[in-house]
Design a binder for this molecule. Sequence first.
Ligand code: BEZ
Length: 208
Amino acid sequence: MSLRIGDTAPNFQIETTKGKIDFHEFIGNSWCFFFSHPADFTPVCTTEMGRTAQLAKEFEAKNTKPLGLSTDSVEEHNKWILDVNETQKTTLEFPIVADPDHKIAELYEMIHPGESSTAAVRSVFIIDPDKKIRLTMTYPMSCGRNFDEILRVLDALQTADEQGIATPADWRKGDRVIIPPSLSNEEAEKKFTQGFEEVKPYLRYTQV
Ligand code: BEZ
């Protein structure tokens, strides 16, 4: 059965480049950006691993731990990380799951046989501190992910949780936000004392 938004992220224990982890313990009180790769020593994956390493401070500022996965061994990952660091001018510090027998890739349905029967596609799971899946994205092997979007959606999810709002198309931190339709105008007046603009009864903007 597919993993869906709102499901508890299945727990697992696995070897990584930073030693054995229990996934839920690893997440702890943080958010997690769990993302899969088809294989080590491949070009698109090398740029994605490098980009994640370059963004370490941004992920940390969002209380988010990156966790990579590729269907190769720890030994291969460690050799590949040297190439990632060299070619992407970075120092990769986050753990990469070793999944040569596809145990975790199968658990998280990262293998899409129409694309490849042996390698994971580019899956993204954003998991919150309660271990709930909050976002999933799936990219084909040929397309590197957009890391601006991954950081943006972390901001959107965290702001929605903190402020009880929703975010409009292309929202970025600092932009106006949307008051959910579940809130009446009377409730919105009490909650958003800064005021709000009612464009339609179902479309109300405020600033948080
Ligand atoms: C890559 O990461 O470059 C890649 C991996 C598998 C298929 C196509 C591209």
